[in-house]
Design a protein around this ligand. Structure first.
Ligand SMILES: Cc1ncc(COP(=O)(O)O)c(C=O)c1O
Length: 364
């Protein structure tokens, strides 16, 4: 019997139990190779198969056209804050539009400004990042080379319901905390990037999906390791990619396809799970106060406050006694955050919901 708890951390985060068990089974020797997946060369046939299967699974789940390249990189999503503008924004007369709905978008534009002209066309900062913009609030520059946005702001718990309509300007999306949580319209994107450590696998892998027609924008003089073009031309083995993390992503995508049945059912499960917590917030008579506007509530990171910081501390400490961890809100905003990514079982969310009701009735 294992002694796993319910891990509500924002990332690294919970992984499907079946995936961990399969990885454990394979750990000493992969498919009769006599070597662990952590010991094989990234240029051997077994590694090729892992990369190809993971690539095919991602394409199938996200319905990507053949005109997209999937890159296996390192450096985290944070490195993409720089790589995106280094590759796409450097050059005469280029500019990009950024939509800022929370802390990660702010970090992204800060790096972009070091590389070129990056314009914040909308920011929710004055309202404390509680919502995403309405379509009429967005004035895109038709000449922008891309529009950057964060599909789910992990810290604030604010999520776009669908892709913003940028009128054909390629969207560049930081999808770190909601990739693979629901279907997307892939054709709207020029580039999608995400750190793996929330919905995809362990830390150390960053997935970048880039539309091939953007590759010629990447300058020749970039350091090779920071050039999308170099990684694309070398099928992500210009250097050693994080083989183990890609292997786990292969297992996670297989779990999504074979056990969950794809991203539509995954989205329905995620909606159901998050609704349990939002209902608990809304029916608490004001004891719990949700951070985000109800129209933009995240299905991945549910954020709320209690009447005092002391009660918030008590909530987190008390929840630990019931095998629930990782509920403390991000240090920059405080409060409580329950990250309920794909792999968080419904039972875990029900346990938290019951605890919330109980805590409110005792302390409210
Ligand atoms: C939306 C978003 N973007 C970027 C990051 C930074 O990711 P990394 O730690 O992989 O650099 C995070 C991490 O939590 C995130 O949630």
């Amino acid at each position: 019997m294992h002694n796993r708890i319910y891990n509500f951390s924002a990332g690294p985060a919970v992984l499907p139990e079946g995936v961990l068990e399969e990885a454990q089974k394979d750990l000493l020797s992969l498919k009769g190779l006599g070597m662990s997946v952590m010991e094989i060369s990234h240029r051997c046939k077994a590694a090729d198969e892992i990369f190809a299967t993971t690539d095919a699974n991602l394409r199938r789940l996200l319905r990507l056209g053949d005109n997209y390249k999937i890159l296996w990189l390192g450096g985290g999503a944070s490195q993409q804050f720089s790589m995106v503008p280094m590759n796409l924004l450097r050059g005469e007369g280029r500019s990009a539009d950024y939509i800022l709905t929370g802390s990660w978008g702010e970090k992204a534009i800060k790096e972009a400004k070091k590389e070129g002209t990056a314009r914040a066309i909308w920011t929710g900062k004055a309202e404390n990042f509680v919502r995403v913009p309405k379509p009429e609030e967005l004035n895109f520059d038709p000449k922008a080379v891309y529009v950057h946005y964060t599909s789910n702001e992990t810290i604030q718990g604010v999520q776009f319901e669908a892709e913003p309509d940028a009128g054909g300007i390629p969207l560049v999306c930081d999808a770190s905390s909601d990739i693979l949580s629901r279907p997307i319209d892939a054709s709207k994107y020029g580039l999608i990037y995400a750190g793996a450590q929330k919905n995809m696998g362990p830390a150390g892998l960053t997935v970048v999906i880039i539309r091939e027609d953007l590759l010629p924008l990447c300058g020749e003089n970039l350091p090779s390791m920071l050039s999308y073009r170099v990684h694309a031309e070398n099928n992500s083995v210009y250097n050693t990619p994080p083989v183990f993390a890609i292997y786990i992503l292969m297992l996670v995508t297989r779990w999504l396809i074979e056990i969950i049945g794809g991203l539509e059912p995954m989205a329905a499960i995620n909606k159901r799970k998050s609704q349990l917590l939002y209902d608990a917030i809304d029916s608490s008579g004001g004891f719990y106060r949700g951070h985000s506007d109800p129209s933009c509530r995240s299905a991945m990171n549910v954020t709320w406050r209690l009447p005092s910081e002391d009660l918030e501390k008590e909530f987190v400490a008390e929840a630990k006694k019931y095998s629930m961890d990782g509920l403390k809100g991000h240090r920059s905003v405080g409060g409580i955050r329950a990250s309920i990514y794909n792999a968080m079982p419904e039972k875990g969310v029900e346990t938290l919901r019951d605890f919330m009701k109980d805590f409110a009735s005792k302390k409210g």
